[in-house]
Design a protein around this ligand. Structure first.
Ligand SMILES: Cc1cc2nc3c(=O)[nH]c(=O)nc-3n(C[C@H](O)[C@H](O)[C@H](O)COP(=O)(O)O)c2cc1C
Length: 261
């Protein structure tokens, strides 16, 4: 390696250089006096020039489905924490739009602020950069056609992305197809890594995953409050799900999902 190379040096000699997880864990650590090095990775450098500040994806050319205002019964937090369970899907699952609207708001809705940038959400976000986008695969949501929608939290609406035939592909992309086949809806959380990598370099990947966990827990606790069945889904063929959503799996990739019914 060239002495002036900006590629980060592994700080801990115990890291197994053949194990990508250990290499990443080590390479993304903060060390006193060497935090800047995190930015100087090939990927991070690439991003610098062309990252667009896009706090949320938007599809203004298609008419969206306006979502009702979020509403929930006054359930104590302790009750919701005790009641939350990964529940198997019901056979005749159907949910109403109000439930979906409240769940999406709980997960990643906008709580305060104006304009398009730096509006605060229900979930904490490193640097307030909000790298996640949410999609809904609607199978049986009352009043909404079957298909895939993108959630726009700024305007609280669903934007159609793909038709009902995409649900078949989604089903086969999940390791437990019943989680899709027998539920009313599946939410899919994607990350647009550049939003966070621009500031945090290699450490961004940690932050993005942590944020998805925060947001999904909001979603699941709200499902418990509303008496809806919900199960987090991590078992899926990544590139097949990304293809269903029309994303390339590098700049934007699916990192989490959940079924609701
Ligand atoms: C990151 C993550 C991924 C998961 N992926 C799946 C999945 O693909 N399929 C599934 O049936 N359950 C999945 N689960 C649910 C777990 O099986 C469940 O949380 C666990 O059995 C504990 O049960 P509880 O959630 O009811 O407390 C996942 C949970 C987490 C946190």
């Amino acid at each position: 390696m060239n002495e002036k190379s900006p590629v980060p040096r592994l700080g801990c000699d115990l890291a197994d250089r053949n194990d990508p997880a250990e290499i990443y864990q080590e390479a993304s650590k903060y060390y006193r006096g060497s935090m800047e090095r995190l930015r100087y990775t090939a990927g991070g450098a690439d991003l610098g020039g062309h990252v667009r500040r896009m706090p949320v994806k938007s599809h203004p050319h298609v008419p969206g489905v306006r979502l009702p205002k979020p509403e929930a019964p006054p359930v104590p937090l302790l009750h919701a924490l005790n009641a939350r369970r990964s529940s198997p899907p019901r056979t005749s699952a159907s949910v109403d739009l109000a439930t979906v609207a409240t769940l999406l708001y709980a997960g990643y809705g906008v709580t305060e602020g104006n304009g398009n940038v730096h509006r605060r959400r229900t979930a904490p976000s490193a640097g307030g950069l909000y790298p996640l986008d949410w999609y809904v695969a609607a199978r049986d949501i009352a009043g909404v056609g079957a298909g895939i929608y993108h959630y726009d939290p700024l305007d609280h609406l669903l934007e159609p992305c793909a038709g009902a035939d995409s649900l078949v592909h989604l089903e086969s992309a999940v390791l437990s197809p019943d989680l899709v086949r027998r539920t009313a809806a599946v939410v899919l959380v994607t990350a647009l890594f550049a939003r966070s990598r621009e500031k945090y370099g290699l450490r961004a990947y940690r932050f993005v995953l942590l944020e998805a966990g925060h947001a999904m827990q909001n979603f699941l606790l709200m499902a418990a409050c509303l008496g809806a069945h919900a199960t987090p889904i991590g078992g899926y063929f990544d590139s097949e799900i990304d293809e269903v959503l029309g994303i390339n799996g590098v700049d934007e990739s699916t990192i989490y999902a959940a079924s609701v019914g």
